[in-house]
Design a protein around this ligand. Structure first.
Ligand code: FAD
Length: 389
């Protein structure tokens, strides 16, 4: 490691690798730090993501990173109601064990310096326009100076908190999730399948995501951290797996937390920005955060690049990054948050109505007629949502 870099990026997840690459492409010296021995491993994710075309904007992404193409969503709701939403190429299933290293390699190819087994353990205040990052490696501790720190250190982010951003997770706005890797394909291989609502998990959902290339399924569950004692998320997930697919052969289990608060209000300071889960960039309805982290990484690199060139990395200037994120997905995440709250506050009967209306609205043309055949139900759901908003 050198003694000084233009930028130090902490965390080689999707957000950090994209930020590091985009900065390196502009000709800046970039240090990318990953505390784990292997980038992307172990995978703590359901691995469903955006379309192949979207991903290629951050590529080239080789085919082997893609497990399968997704052409629709199937949601089992309360009282056997369901939503069957067909949309060709709506997303893909990733193999993050391959995808995350691929993004990090692209960053390295474009000039970033990647160190694994290198944990950022402290970030100093700004002194003479620079911060010092303390890095613990297998061979000892080093101090590196930098004009800007990008905290892309995921949901357990400490970088923000070390520097003074209250980025910790609040129980009511955080989901705990478990993903169980199961042998074979459990549900429709072209669909993401969910179970949600009063008969299933109300303040979250159960998922079954098919990985066709490796002939496995990611079966998992996530719900808001409960306020009172009860079975653990692992117990709940295993229980549902047993009920739904009693013969499922479990290959492995991972767990983690997911911020579902909507973006943090402020996630820049002088010479420091947060990216991805560290800034709570996950979608508060679905919990998906891979694509948002990459988009945020790119926005951060664009603004930091301008700041480095004009020698202005003040928080006022870096706020431009927050504005870009807000316009890109911040506003839509706020809407998703409202929609989640709307769903959670409904009783079972209202939820059933909502499922019927959503199924008709999202379905193919034939199903849309249902909205007209049941006009009162449709109006009731629309007006309830309007009132809620
Ligand atoms: C159970 C579960 C299921 C999920 N399913 C999906 C899904 O299906 N689709 C989806 O889009 N999202 C899903 N997510 C969310 C998704 O995994 C995250 O939103 C995404 O990984 C965020 O990317 P990131 O780059 O911000 O952070 P991360 O991918 O978490 O990367 C952060 C990196 O920083 C490293 N790091 C942390 N601290 C330090 C340090 N001090 N020094 C050096 N390195 C450090 C970590 O080791 C890690 O590699 C799921 C999450 C969970 C827990």
């Amino acid at each position: 490691m050198r003694k000084e870099y233009d930028a130090v990026v902490v965390g080689a997840g999707p957000g950090g690798s994209v930020a590091a690459r985009e900065l390196a492409k502009q000709g800046f010296s970039v240090l990318l730090l990953e505390k784990r021995e292997r980038v992307g491993y172990p995978v703590r994710c359901g691995e469903a993501s955006t379309t192949f075309e979207d991903l290629q904007n951050f590529g080239p992404i080789p085919e082997e990173c893609i497990e399968s193409n997704i052409n629709g969503l199937f949601v089992y709701g309360p009282d056997n109601t369901k939503i069957d939403y067909y949309k060709k190429n709506v997303g893909v299933m990733l193999n993050r064990e391959k995808f995350d290293p691929c993004l990090a390699e692209l960053a390295v190819k474009d000039g970033a310096e990647l160190h694994t087994f290198a944990r950022a353990s402290a970030v100093s205040a700004v002194e003479n326009g620079k911060r010092t990052v303390t890095i613990v490696t297998a061979s000892g501790t080093e101090n590196v100076k930098t004009k800007v720190v990008v905290g892309a250190d995921g949901v357990e982010s400490l970088i923000g908190r070390m520097a003074g951003i209250p980025s910790g997770q609040k129980p009511k706005l955080t989901c705990c999730g478990v993903d169980i890797k199961v042998e074979g394909i459990l549900t429709n291989p072209e669909y993401l399948t969910f179970w949600q609502g009063h008969d299933w998990i109300n303040d979250g959902y159960i998922w079954s995501f098919p990985k066709v290339r490796s002939n496995t399924t990611n079966f998992g569950a996530g719900f808001l951290i409960p306020s009172k004692e009860g079975p653990s998320i692992l117990e709940v997930t295993l229980d549902w797996l047993q009920k739904l697919f009693p013969n499922a052969k479990i290959l492995g289990t991972v767990g983690g937390v997911i911020p579902v608060s909507g973006n943090l209000e402020n996630y820049v300071l002088d010479s420091l920005v947060l990216v991805g889960d560290a800034a709570h960039h996950t979608n508060p309805l679905t919990g998906g955060g891979i694509s948002a982290a990459m988009r945020a990484g790119r926005h951060a690199a664009q603004v930091i690049g301008e700041g480095l060139r004009s020698n202005n990395l003040s928080s006022e200037f870096l706020k431009k990054y927050e504005s870009l994120v807000e316009a890109d997905f911040g506003k839509s995440h706020q809407k998703q948050l409202k929609f989640r709250r709307f769903l959670l506050e409904q009783n079972k009967k209202d939820q059933v109505d909502t499922y019927h209306v959503l199924n008709a609205a999202l379905g193919k043309d034939g199903k849309k007629l249902d909205l007209l055949t049941h006009p009162l139900r449709t109006l009731r759901v629309i007006s309830a949502y309007r009132k809620f908003k």
